[in-house]
Design a protein around this ligand. Sequence first.
Ligand SMILES: Cc1cn([C@H]2C[C@H](O)[C@@H](COP(=O)(O)OP(=O)(O)O[C@H]3O[C@@H](C)[C@H](O)[C@@H](O)[C@H]3O)O2)c(=O)[nH]c1=O
Length: 394
Amino acid sequence: MSLPSHQATSLALFCKVVDNFGDIGICWRLARQLQQEHGIAVTLWVDDLSSFKRICPEVDITAVEQQLAGVTVRYWSNQELVFSAGDIADIVIEFFACDIPEGYIAAMATCEPRPVWLNLEGLSAEDWVEGCHRLTSPHPRLPLMKYFFFPGFTDKTGGLLRESSLQDQRRRFQDDPEAVMAFLAQLGVTNTEAAALKVSLFCYPCAPVSALFAAWQDNATAMTCLVPEGVAAEAVQAFLGVPAQAGTARTRGSLTVRVLPFVAQPDYDKLLWTCDLNLVRGEDSFVRAQWAGKPFIWHIYPQDENLHHVKLGAFLRRYSASTDSLIAMSLCWNGAQAGHIERQADWLMLWQSLLADMPGIARASADWQRQMHANGDLSSNLLKFAASVRSEAA
Ligand SMILES: Cc1cn([C@H]2C[C@H](O)[C@@H](COP(=O)(O)OP(=O)(O)O[C@H]3O[C@@H](C)[C@H](O)[C@@H](O)[C@H]3O)O2)c(=O)[nH]c1=O
């Protein structure tokens, strides 16, 4: 059966790694899903293979071109690469407004029909996103149109990234205690640590980790904090008393802190599914924590003039599983509280209120997942939009 002509079969995704792992984390997830679930021939152009390798150990950092999970991965070495019309994909995505090579844009303008050119933007719960989603931006000189595509939390946005089998995989894993224990054991977690309340920790270096550790240490509940190597390294080292290397653990009072290896992306999901509370950051781990259905605290990517506090507020207002305790803890964790929390007792109080609310938050998060599910998933929404642009142009 031949495909309708507006159905795209190839896609190029350009990813510039600005910092950390979110840029490539999101692009890699999107690329795999487009290929595996929609049969699209995806080429992922990425300018930093070493960062990519941290979340996907199969990456060969010396390869100019390689096949990974059905995706063609190409090293984006410079802006002077030369292209012809035959190199251009049906859909071209620039991630976070990265400048794609001029030669690629020039070749796009010679294609008939023109490719659908999208700028895939960052995730925000702010109201203005709905108004900017799908906005057009004509090229100043060439006969090309670019469209803004925004992920988001409502049906007037592109939705969130979610693989079609994600929730089944999560349930199967969580319903299999042996698989959970084997996963934890493989990360070096002991049975005693596994039996305690488990928290995963992923945040930016500015998070008040030491204050939270002190509260956990003083509280009666036995806790295990699992922290991937390199995260909050200063505070973790201060707690451990030795360098924060994978495999190192130390118990003080009620708290054990264990440093894990930085795991491959699918294992990071398992970590979120296994823990009772997840401290996450940026964009991709933030979304994965929502699909994990467990309480989570978001450490938002810091921006100038505390712009990120506005974004944090917008999410907390929208997030239907929010309780007062979750809001208070989230604001303090991000330095966005009205007054300053300085005394240790305040952190202990914050923590105890959150702990008491956690079962209710976990229950309410199922409803949030249903709402997000109803918006469709980002990959399918993106392909539907591209098909509509192509059919209008035909
Ligand atoms: C801790 C951990 C994370 N990961 C993955 C999960 C995610 O795909 C990725 C982390 O990405 P994020 O959660 O988005 O956080 P992040 O902070 O790493 O990434 C980003 O945040 C964006 C908002 C910014 O725009 C980016 O420039 C970037 O800073 O790393 C692993 O694969 N293994 C691990 O052990």
